[in-house]
Design a binder for this molecule. Structure first.
Ligand code: NAD
Length: 298
């Protein structure tokens, strides 16, 4: 592996997870955030993760502590990147914040440093010029709870150097991810390109009164052998992210999307039904109906 020192910029929900997973796999990690308070919050998040790694993955106390000790914390950007082979950016999903960040980063980072954005909805070409090194820039997109949902989508933009693309794929594998390369830019990457229309079609069938969630799931599961249907998947993902995506789409004036967003809000979110994590969504947990042995029977 060509990379040794990894800097993670932004230590919120995803940044703290990326930093800890990377350290857990033996890399030296530097966390960068805007000030001391943000870094203190990051430390708390990461200490919580050490417990998750012990409980969920059976990691030993020594393993989780040595991973923690491989992480250092800086709010001075030039210090935070002074040795970085790769910088993974996980700062807020706001174009202006990211653009300003990349302009500054491009000035202070060593020439060797590769930049990768974890953005879910923005494309790397939007920031390529701001980085000052478009050929060393691409997207590296993780899923929430990366220790369990271990996909990493690695997406080129037109100017990304193929060598850099391949190195980042190897890096993703080295930190325990299933590496998913995308050779061209695609909003939503592979996963959400598939998932968005899939969930939208399922919702359409129910909202139009054509069917009900259990029948839709049953159809999908019986016909394809899949262990879960679209509404079961909704519960796993949770309602907040799809709701936020719908609200964004509704801004384009799409009336159907507005209806679906309202339905999710009034029938589920407002009633505290947020999916599996909250104990109820389309199904009740921990024993959702679709997992029962007779679910696929008539
Ligand atoms: P978050 O709000 O939890 O964390 C953002 C962090 O960035 C905070 O610690 C904040 O202090 C810091 N920050 C703010 N301005 C900064 C700046 N100028 N420079 C450096 N740090 C700054 O956000 P998040 O949910 O972790 O999302 C971060 C990125 O990851 C976004 O691009 C998002 O699309 C992507 N992402 C999020 C998820 C998710 O499920 N939350 C999943 C995949 C990808």
């Amino acid at each position: 592996m060509k990379y040794t020192n990894i800097t993670v910029a932004g230590s919120g929900v995803l940044g703290s997870q990326i930093a800890y997973q990377t350290a857990f796999k033996g890399f030296n990690v530097t966390v960068y955030d805007i000030n001391e308070e943000a870094l203190e919050r990051a430390q708390d998040r990461i200490i919580n993760l050490t417990q998750r790694y012990q409980e969920d993955l059976g990691a030993s106390e020594e393993e989780v502590n040595s991973a923690y000790n491989r992480i250092s914390f800086f709010y001075d950007l030039s210090k935070a990147v002074s040795h970085a082979d790769l910088l993974i950016e996980a700062i807020p999903e706001v174009v202006q914040i990211k653009t300003d960040f990349y302009k500054e980063l491009g000035k202070v980072a060593p020439e060797k440093t590769i930049f990768a954005t974890n953005s879910s909805t923005l494309l790397p070409s939007q920031f390529a010029e701001a980085t000052g090194r478009p050929e060393k820039f691409l997207a590296l997109h993780f899923a929430n709870e990366i220790r369990k949902n271990n996909t990493a989508e690695i997406m080129k933009h037109q100017q990304t150097d193929m060598k850099v693309f391949n190195e980042v794929i190897e890096f993703a594998k080295a930190i325990g991810m299933v590496a998913i390369p995308l050779y061209k830019e695609q909003p939503g990457y592979i996963l959400n390109t598939l998932l968005g229309p899939f969930l939208a079609a399922a919702t359409y069938l129910v909202m139009k009164g054509i069917s009900d969630p259990e029948t839709v799931d049953k159809t999908w599961m019986a016909a394809t052998g899949a262990p879960i249907g679209p509404f079961g998947a909704y519960d796993v993902i949770g309602f907040t992210t799809p709701y936020n995506a719908l609200i964004e789409k509704a801004k384009t004036g799409d009336k159907e999307t507005v209806k679906v967003a309202k339905w999710l809000k009034t029938e589920f979110i407002d009633k505290g039904k947020l999916g599996r994590e909250s104990g109820e969504g389309f199904y009740k947990y921990p024993h959702p109906h679709y997992m029962e042995p007779d679910f696929l029977k008539n």
